[in-house]
Design a protein around this ligand. Structure first.
Ligand code: F6R
Length: 345
């Protein structure tokens, strides 16, 4: 269970420290890596919420550069294809998420090659008694604020065993880009110069709808939505181009009063397919007069990871300023804690 005495200032501190999580991860070593240099047929990463998103980034990164498929599993059960040729990674910041523990047990039964990424909990204990390696990350954060630690060590490990390339260099650029961003996004910077504060004002009193596109901005859109939910305690929804042009776009006709409360954020990246860029422009024209706001934000940096995390960082800060707008402490997630406690009974 998360510590509910954490204040709003804690979340701001966690956010400011995000670039350091990537920098720290660059110093991690994986002495067990030798045993994992095998011709795997697939990688399955199991986790939920803040612990799953790192898997999504690995999946989208791998789609462009890895020789095998990556599947992110957010469930108690594993897909039937998991077997001894699967590299299975259980990710749980607390180490106590029941769905992830269940998937871990199934992976063990199916004799997959198991690695765990956690700050401790039952997962670390089970891995120790089963003899599986644990990538241990610091435990003084809340899961969604540990997003650097829940991605970077995993990607660096996959690079070390030859399944991903260019990870180290891209994480180095990510550190640089995020350090530059935090100088304008942090709470010392007032509204006129702070894009995250400005976005939060636009999203206030609206239902945010975040649109990304399949590929780089896909997991960023999910992250924006989840951070608005968990930090600002507000509804938020997300979808992806081009798929949303084949259904969701039709749903902007009625009810007019409800549509007038929607704020659409379009996440853009230089790598978006040219036809997707065209779709974004046309879609904007279609909905603009019907919703409260349409805002576009663009990624920064050169590499895939720097561009991806530049969007995530802006969204993270925006969600915390939105919490401030509503007078809400962004840090505790009492509903999630309640659910977990009830389920554990
Ligand atoms: C809370 C958060 C949640 C958790 C999720 C799984 O900050 O982001 O989405 O990540 O409930 O818990 P863990 O990460 O401990 O496995």
């Amino acid at each position: 269970m998360e510590v509910t005495t954490l204040t709003a200032e804690h979340m701001m501190e966690f956010l400011y420290g995000l670039p350091d999580q990537f920098a720290d991860s660059l110093d991690m070593t994986f002495d067990f890596a030798g045993e994992y240099r095998k011709p795997f047929q697939n990688i399955v990463i199991s986790g939920l919420g803040g612990s799953a998103i790192g898997g999504d980034i690995v999946r989208t990164l791998a789609a462009g550069r890895a020789p095998l498929p990556v599947v992110v599993n957010r469930d108690y059960n594993l897909p039937a294809f998991v077997n001894q040729n699967t590299l299975f990674v259980a990710v749980s910041y607390s180490g106590n998420t029941e769905e992830t523990l269940s998937a871990y047990q199934q992976a063990r039964e199916k004799r997959a090659a198991v690695v765990c990424l956690t700050s401790g909990g039952k997962l670390a204990q089970m891995a120790a008694s089963d003899g599986y390696p644990v990538i241990k990350v610091p435990g003084n954060l809340v899961p969604r604020a540990a997003t650097g630690y829940l991605f970077a060590p995993l990607a660096l490990f996959l690079e070390e065993i030859g399944l991903l390339d260019n990870v180290r260099g891209e994480i180095e650029e990510t550190v640089q880009v995020l350090k530059e961003q935090r100088e304008i996004l942090n709470p010392q910077v007032n509204l006129p110069d702070n894009p995250a504060r400005q976005l939060a004002q636009k999203l206030k009193d609206s239902i945010p709808v975040i649109w990304g596109s399949s590929g780089l901005t896909e997991a960023a859109a999910l992250r924006w939505k989840a951070q608005i939910n968990e930090n600002a305690k507000s509804p938020a929804y997300y979808n992806l181009f081009p798929e949303l042009n084949h259904n969701e776009i039709v749903g902007f006709e009625v009810p007019a009063q409800l549509l007038a409360h929607m704020a659409v954020v379009i996440l853009r990246d230089q790598g978006d397919h040219p036809q997707v860029q065209k779709r974004m422009a046309i879609t904007r024209q279609i909905i603009e007069s019907r919703v409260k706001e349409v805002v576009e934000v663009s990624s920064q940096g050169q590499s895939f990871l720097a561009r991806f995390y530049s969007l995530v960082y802006l969204g993270d800060y925006t969600s915390v300023y939105l919490a401030h707008e509503y007078g809400i402490n962004p840090t505790p997630v009492q509903v999630i804690d309640y659910l977990k406690a009830e389920l554990a009974k």
